[in-house]
Design a protein around this ligand. Structure first.
Ligand code: TLP
Length: 346
């Protein structure tokens, strides 16, 4: 029985072409700036994203952390969406290592924040207040179900923030999913922000790594912070080689993942006991609910024994993510297994 793993697009394994490129990569010591493969990936990334410079990081979590460390000082405040990955899933690193406070503004169902609410959250010049130094957006938005922020929305948030001398970081872990969903280049989505991070190891299928982009000065500072948190890697070109292949070969195919996500959503919606709040899935993340008599944990266990894995969000809500290792036949097979299971559980 094939296990259909929909827990995350992070489970994708490198392609054969990536493994070959890793084997053949030209290497050097990246802490000395001498790894040609890393240098090539950073150069290629800055061109694709439309920023002066880029930095390879171990993970999306590290990319976001460095963006905060390089653009704030301890005691300052960072505005994030109430559903932001930085707020929920990054172990409080911004506070623990950066000494900043995270101030949340509600995310709407599209992953946006209301401009008036942002304005109200920005600190004034009162002696008692911390300074608001940074605002973070997320595109696509993970907890909001892979929703996509348009360049116009991003632009309006950035002009508001810049008007108050606040920088803007974009957690673009899945920025290429957003670009494919909107049919625009990723550089359009990053145009106005000061810094942007994205992951090579999600839908793009590289085994390890994320990129952080911005001005040369910002990247120089982030590079120093990366060294401090232990992210100065040596012959890192061995993994960057896979990242280069990822950017060259896997971006356009994300459209398939989006089509499969919609196929999954439509199928789940038709299964008694399950429901999908947003059947028109914007990218590759499907949120669904169950009204079964069993607990969420039991439902997941039953499905795991049938070889279908997905994530639990509490309160009978679940997340399934499509990716390169799951094709449309696998989606149909997963739907069959869901149907058999829900029939049995009632
Ligand atoms: N997200 C993971 C888990 O939520 C941990 C996933 O499976 O979706 N920003 C966003 C929007 C993300 O979704 C993630 C990973 C990250 C940052 C962090 O990336 P990594 O896992 O490379 O540290």
């Amino acid at each position: 029985m094939k296990v259909i793993d929909l827990r995350s697009d992070t489970v994708t394994l490198p392609t054969d072409e990536m493994r070959r490129a890793m084997y053949e990569a030209d290497l050097g010591d990246d802490v000395y700036g001498e790894d040609p493969t890393i240098n090539r990936l950073e150069q290629m990334t800055s061109e694709m994203i439309g920023k002066e410079a880029a930095l390879f990081t171990t993970s999306g979590t590290m990319g976001n952390l460095l963006a905060i460390l390089a653009q704030t000082r301890p005691g300052e405040e960072v505005i994030v969406g109430s559903e932001a990955h930085i707020f929920w899933y990054e172990v409080g690193g911004a506070s623990a290592l950066g000494g900043v406070m995270l101030r949340t503004v509600p995310n709407d169902s599209e992953g946006r924040m209301d401009l008036n609410s942002i304005e109200q959250a920005i600190r004034g010049r009162d002696i008692h207040f911390p300074r608001t130094a940074l605002l973070c957006l997320e595109n696509t938005h993970n907890r909001c179900g892979g929703t996509v922020l348009t360049p116009d929305f991003t632009s309006s948030v950035v002009s508001l923030a810049h008007g108050h001398d606040i920088r803007v970081h974009l957690d673009g872990a899945r920025i290429f999913n957003a670009a494919i969903a909107l049919g625009v280049p990723a550089s359009d989505l990053a145009r106005d922000v000061d810094s942007v991070s994205f992951c090579l190891s999600k839908g793009l299928s590289a085994p390890v790594g994320s990129m952080l982009c911005g001005t040369r000065e910002f990247i120089e500072s982030a590079r120093k912070w990366r060294k401090m948190v232990g992210g100065g890697m040596r012959q890192a070109g061995v993994i960057a080689a896979a990242g280069i292949v990822a950017l060259q070969t896997t971006v356009n195919r994300l459209a398939e993942d989006h089509a499969n996500a919609r196929r999954l959503a439509r199928g789940l919606e038709n299964i008694p006991g399950l429901s999908v709040p947003r059947v028109e899935v914007p990218s590759n993340i499907v949120m669904f609910k169950s009204a079964l008599t069993v607990s969420g944990a039991d439902f997941m266990r039953q499905m795991a024994t049938r070889g279908v894995k997905f994530g639990y969000r509490g309160n009978n809500r679940y997340r399934a993510v499509t990716h390169r290792m799951v094709d449309s036949a696998d989606i149909d097979e997963a739907l069959d297994r869901f149907e058999q299971c829900t029939k049995k559980l009632g």
